[in-house]
Each structure stands twice: as C-alpha cells, then as structure tokens.
Design a protein around this ligand. Structure first.
Ligand code: SF4
Length: 479
C-alpha cells in the first residue's frame, strides 16, 4: 500500500490570478479588514491616523491595527513573530496587501497607541449591540491574575525589606567579628583575609543603602510593595499561582458569554472593583437597570451601595469573617439587625443598642464602623456562648451595611443567579488564558498591559461572534 504524496516541488502549477482568490468569502480576515476600514482611527485616538504632509510616507495605522487584531486572534502577539508572518503567511499577505512592516514599527505602533486599543474594543461592543448579542439583563464580573514581566526576585514588600536589612546587619556583624578574630583563628578553619572581608562588608553596606531607599520610597508613596523591572506590577498571594503581575477584570454578558467591559488594575484583591466595572458595563449596554453577579471577593458594602445608586442590582455571596464563629461562639450572622430602632437583637432575644462611630483598619485602609453594645449581657446566662470578654458583647456594622442586607434578601429570592456566575464568567478567562495563550503580558506598565488585554478580549469576542452569526452578517452590520 502506498501513501498520499504531495506535488513535486519542481512542477509548474497554475496559481489563482489574484491573492484575493486565496481568501474565501467567509474568512474572518474579511471581517477584520472591513471592521478596521469602518473605524475612524483619528477619532479613536490613534496617532498618525492622518498622513503627514511632508516626509517619507509611513505605514497606515489601519494596516498595523489589522495585523495586531489578526495576530491576537491567532495567538501571535509578539511584534517579531508578526513581522515573520508578513513574509510567509498568505492570509497576512492578503490582509496587508503585501506590506511588510518590521518588528520595530509594529512594536512602536502598539506602544504609541496604548490608550486607543480600548476604544477599538468598545467599537466592537457597539457592533455586538447592533447584532443584539447581549441580554443586557445580567452580567458576571470576575478577575484573573495575569503574569507580568517582573520576576518575583525583583519585587519587595516592606516586611521582606525589613527582614533583608536584619539579615545584612547580622552578616556584617559576623564579618566584623571575623576581622577581629583573625589572630585567634583556628588553623584548620578556612577564613577570608581581612581585605576580602572588608570588600564583602562594603558590598553589603551598598545593598543596605538600596533597601533603605526602597523603604523610604514606599513610605513616601504609601505603597506596600515595590517592583523593580515593571514598577506597576504587584505580587499576589501564592494561591493565585501568579507571583507578580496584574489583576485583569472582565464583565461578561449572560446571553452569549461575550465580554461587555474589561479593565486591568494592579489592585491585589477584587474588593474595590465592583462598582466601577458594573457602572461601565451598564453604560456599554445602554440599559436602565442591570443585574450583576460576582464572587465573594467583591462583597464590599460601599461598592454594593454605589451600584444600587447607579440602578444596578448586585449578587455577591458574603464571607463570614466573624472571629466569634471561628471560636465556636455566637457569630454576627446570628444577630438580627432592626433598622427601625437601629439596634441588633441577639440569640437570647436581648437588645444591642447603637453606642458610637469609630474607625478600624482593614486591608491598609481606615474605614468607619458603627458599634452596637449589649444592654443585658452581665445578667445573661448565655454569655459564655457569646463572648470571651468580661465586657458586654459588641457588634460592628459599617455605615453602608444596609445595602448588604438588601442584597442578601435579593439572593434569597433569586438563588439561581449565584449558580449562573461560574458558567458565565469562567468561559472567557479559560479561553483567553489557555486556548489563546494569553497567560502573561509582554509589555511593562499598566497602560501598556491594558492595551494588550483590550486586544486579547477583542480577539475573544470577535471569535465568538464569528461562530455565532458568521462573517457575512457581521460585515453587513457594519454598514
Ligand atoms: S451575652 Fe449579651 S448579646 Fe450575648 S446572648 Fe447574652 S445578652 Fe445577648
């Protein structure tokens, strides 16, 4: 039995007469081309979107943008690899009409237009609205950590620097002791000469100065960590599996799992991200009211209240952080808030009345809290089950906590919404990170990684819409 064989390399073949014949009518390239041609890049903030009147002609930004969209859609994100594709890839030859910009031109284009890529993502969202691909009722918000360029060994936190300074001082003391003891050294124990020891001490002193400067810079900026290679990136707890990087946020619509809004921050947690993402999603969808579901990491009374004021219903589970519950005592969840009388009722049916407003420090921030204190605790038989203190039981409440109470009432009415969260939001992140190989940023700095994420999310949305409605309808919708 023989094998299927290819055509001889020396054989004369008749190629199609134009490059266009190589690209089928339903090839996504045709949409990328039409989509970029349809946009006014000058209005979207791209530089050099209008040709210069004098000098050597440059590449048209539209051509470079088409190449980047094609690249991100096909897992080619580096400018060097994109340059290679312009030489060997028939689709790219068609898309760029045989133009071959070098990697420097491509990389400069991405760097110089970092803010404009977000507008391109928005233009595609508008198109999805035209095609009626959003439900406009429920979006799920989630964040994922994406690795940055900065290595963990080039990231320092205050405790780490303090630890390093202690270690340096200990080593300097040991070297000084060694210099003093040179005469009494044991003959069989190899030691450095006094000159070599002094050199080592000087090296350590220089390092010490560097660490002290970093600590001072942190004091002045109020930051809790410093990254030397990419100053905007942050280190994350080990559980995230990304030592140093960025926090990428996405709001995903329920209907087709399309991304409505996206952002990249360097916030270590998601706790302050809910309202900004929800409000921008509502604007992008152009709706009067919106339901937003997110995981417990977003549960923040201030954020939930801000959403309520913007006409957004939130659904986020509340984590029980009560120390009393951990100790097996009555937890806060067993106390009922009475809004009419502004007091709490305890499991023994007694009242905890409002006493004063104070401040507590949480996640490096001062926040205002209201204190409620038990009226009848000293005579209560259940006190050993309630508090370990000899003082009456205290309950704290933040001023916006009524928003959480209302949200919990909503969640009781609609338990199905929380169940939908995972299936809506985890699909895009899974696809972007693992299918599209976007699990690390290539550029340094918040603005630049935002541009990268805008292109990644645009590529995700584009692929999905092509699968849902097809290239032809997408091009029709542009007109
Ligand atoms: S100790 Fe105070 S708050 Fe606790 S159950 Fe008794 S009365 Fe209620």
């Amino acid at each position: 039995m023989s094998y299927i064989t290819g055509v001889s390399r020396g054989q004369v073949v008749l190629f199609p007469e134009s490059i266009d014949d190589y690209i089928s009518e339903d090839n996504p390239l045709r949409f990328i081309d039409a989509f970029v041609e349809h946009m006014d890049l000058h209005k979207l903030g791209f530089i050099r979107a209008e040709p210069a009147k004098t000098g050597r002609p440059g590449y048209e930004p539209k051509d470079l943008l088409k190449l980047y969209i094609y690249g991100y859609k096909n897992r080619i994100t580096s400018s060097r690899r994109l340059e290679q594709e312009t030489h060997r890839n028939m689709e790219v030859v068609w898309l760029l009409r045989r133009l071959r910009p070098d990697f420097k031109t491509l990389s400069d284009f991405r760097k110089d237009n970092v803010k404009a890529f977000k507008s391109v993502f928005r233009q595609f969202t508008l198109l999805c609205n035209v095609l009626d691909l959003f439900s406009g009722e429920l979006v799920a918000i989630d964040g994922t950590k994406i690795k940055g360029v900065n290595n963990i060994s080039r990231n320092y936190s205050k405790p780490l620097l303090q630890e390093k300074l202690k270690e340096i001082n200990r080593r300097i003391d040991a070297y000084l002791k060694d210099i003093e003891e040179t005469d009494e050294r044991e003959p069989d124990r190899p030691r450095l000469t006094a000159v070599a020891l002094k050199e080592k001490i000087n090296g350590l002193e220089a390092k010490k100065g560097e660490y002290k400067n970093m600590l001072e810079a942190m004091e002045q900026s109020g930051e809790t960590q410093i990254s030397l290679t990419d100053s905007d990136s942050r280190s994350f707890p080990k559980k995230f599996g990304v030592p140093v990087g960025y926090n990428a946020q996405a709001a995903v619509d329920e209907k087709h799992h399309l991304i409505v809004e996206q952002e990249v921050t360097n916030a270590v947690t998601d706790i302050d991200q809910l309202s900004a993402m929800a409000i921008k999603s509502k604007e992008a969808l152009g709706v009067e009211r919106l339901k937003v579901v997110a995981d417990a990491g977003y549960c923040n009374a201030k954020e939930i209240k801000a959403c309520e004021e913007a006409g957004i219903e939130t659904y986020t589970p509340k984590i029980n952080t009560s120390n009393s519950t951990k100790k097996g005592l009555y937890g806060k969840e067993q106390f009922t808030y009475d809004a009419t009388n502004n007091c709490y009722h305890c499991p023994a049916g007694k009242k905890l009345s409002y006493r004063f407003e104070g401040y507590e420090k949480r996640r490096d921030k001062q926040r205002s809290v209201l204190y409620y204190v038990g009226e009848s605790c000293q005579r209560c038989e259940q006190k050993p089950l309630c508090t370990e203190s000899k003082d009456p039981r205290r309950i704290t409440r933040c001023p916006e906590e009524d928003a959480i109470d209302r949200m919990q009432a909503r969640m009781k009415q609609h338990p199905e919404i929380i169940k939908k969260r995972k299936q809506i939001v985890e699909h895009p992140f899974g696809t972007i990170k693992f299918w599209n190989h976007q699990n690390a940023f290539l550029m340094k700095g918040l603005e630049k990684v935002r541009a990268e994420f805008s292109l990644s999310t645009l590529a995700y949305n584009m692929k999905r819409v092509i699968n849902i409605v097809g290239v032809e309808k997408m091009i029709e919708a542009l007109v």
